[in-house]
Design a protein around this ligand. Structure first.
Ligand code: UDX
Length: 450
């Protein structure tokens, strides 16, 4: 780590696993460049300060009841948080700002998740610079502001289902109908606020994107947002962060993987938010065991609707699962993807999972559930061509077949070769003079200049 530069950066992550990880990753990078770090966070899904002894953590009350935090409606959760956190956040930041002034410490800026939409007037009144961080890829973040308009034109759009959505490539019309199903007017006005908050910021940071993954959208985003954009790449390669997992990873995965042959295992995980039905879980369990390949399946507690965990999987399937597979509640995902035994990743294509898979050269089977996952899956299957798209079908025969195609057949080999090339390109990007490396340097210079 470099010596402290006497400047403090304040970070405000959104309390979702897929958003906390990138923000604490950025904190690790900035700390290594000499910045002191303060993380303001909600009591809901609070990160564990003991995992990050070098940062200061300040908790604010978020006013959510237990029932409200258990909702599956993420938009509702986020709009509620955006209402209830305004005063506690203002109080916390103002105090911090005043005590820094008294102690003659310089607060360089606030970096907050793009989905916090109330920060602008406060930072303006404190004369504090503000950067936003997007955990989506550049294409989705830039493109999703067109969704309200597409929703209004929905009837016109739903004809040729396989066609690309012109305003939002490489999304296909059938993906759009799935995204718009989720969308409501509440989300439309929320998106408008995110856009306004972004355009009035001092810049946008994309933690896991880089020119190599998303060049066209970076160009468009620079034109449209008219603020500096930093695509600093999958920096966890250079700056391994302490775990920021909200769940406890089951480390017995690793000795189990040690016993499997090279590139023989299919790893299956759907991130921290996606939910499935009991029958979908049973189809997945059947399909995996019928494939006859070893598999590591993550089933998050609470992710199966109307069930505790995996108790609804019939005994006859469990017998087969025990012979060939392992089911855990949460995995040390980055370690799993690095393991020599893992040959493929059946994923929901959250952006973090997608990039983590690319960085380890693991080809994917795409089973996107909602929102940005549908676009990420199209990048994987149609643009980079480093995975096979399941087209949303959760049926045992389809799963059995696709696992065998990826792990055992020539088609899988071709996909794996392409993935190796993409991995090398992305890894070069974060090395000295790579595009992401340079973008990070610009970001650090910029923050230092505030
Ligand atoms: C969601 C969206 O899907 C994602 O696209 C958006 O950018 C952030 O919010 P999530 O669904 O949780 O995130 O998926 P993902 O982005 O893939 O993040 C999951 C994170 O949890 C990854 O960093 C992954 O390594 C970690 N994880 C997941 C584990 O450590 N163990 C697991 O068993 C599963």
């Amino acid at each position: 780590m470099e010596k402290s530069n006497g400047q403090r950066v304040i970070l405000f992550p959104l309390p979702l696993q897929g958003c906390i990880n990138p923000m604490l990753q950025l904190a690790t990078i900035l700390h290594s460049k000499g910045f002191s770090i303060t993380v303001i966070h909600t009591s809901f899904n609070a990160p564990k300060p003991s995992n990050h002894p070098l940062f200061t953590f300040l908790q604010i009350p978020d006013g959510l009841s237990d029932a409200e935090t258990r909702t599956h409606d993420v938009t509702l959760l986020l709009t509620r948080l955006n209402r209830s956190c305004v005063s506690p956040f203002r109080e916390c930041l103002t105090k911090l700002y005043q005590s820094a002034k008294e102690e003659k410490e310089r607060i360089s800026c606030l970096i907050h998740d793009a989905q916090w939409i109330f920060t602008q007037p406060l930072t303006q009144s404190l004369d504090l610079q503000r950067l936003v961080l997007s955990t989506y890829n550049v294409s989705f973040f830039h493109g999703h502001f067109v969704l309200p308009q597409l929703r209004r034109e929905r009837l016109l759009l739903l004809q040729e289902q396989d066609d690309l959505v012109q305003e939002f490539p490489p999304l296909r019309k059938k993906d759009l109908s799935q995204i718009l199903e989720e969308e409501t007017e509440l989300l439309d006005s929320y998106s408008d606020k995110i856009l306004e908050t972004t355009k009035t910021s001092s810049g946008v940071i994309f933690v896991s994107s880089c020119e190599e993954l998303d060049q066209d959208s970076l160009t468009l985003a620079r034109q449209d947002f008219k603020v500096p954009i930093y695509a600093i790449g999958p920096s966890h390669i250079n700056f391994p962060a302490m775990s920021s997992s909200l769940f406890t990873p089951d480390d017995t995965c690793i000795p189990w993987l040690d016993k499997q042959e090279d590139k023989s295992v299919i790893y299956v995980s759907f991130g921290s938010l996606a939910n499935m039905s009991v029958s979908e879980l049973i189809e997945i369990a059947w399909g995996l065991s019928n494939s006859n390949q070893p598999f590591l399946l993550v089933v998050r507690v609470g992710s199966v609707k109307d069930a505790e965990w995996i108790e609804t999987i019939p005994e006859e399937v469990m017998e087969r699962v025990k012979a060939k597979g392992k089911i855990v509640k949460w995995a040390p995902q980055q370690e799993v993807l690095k393991h020599r035994a893992v040959g493929g990743f059946l994923t929901h294509n959250g952006w973090n999972s997608t990039v983590e898979s690319v960085c380890e050269g693991v080809p994917m089977i795409c089973l996107p559930f909602v929102w940005d996952q549908l676009l990420n899956a199209r990048f994987v299957s149609d643009v980079w061509r480093v995975g096979i798209h399941l087209e949303g079908r959760i049926e045992r025969n389809v799963i059995e077949r696709v696992v065998r195609r990826l792990l055992l057949e020539r088609e899988g080999e071709v996909v794996r070769e392409r993935m190796k090339l993409l991995m090398e390109k992305v890894r070069r990007s974060v090395k000295q003079n790579g595009s992401a490396y340079r973008s990070l340097e610009h970001l650090v210079d910029r923050i230092s200049s505030f």
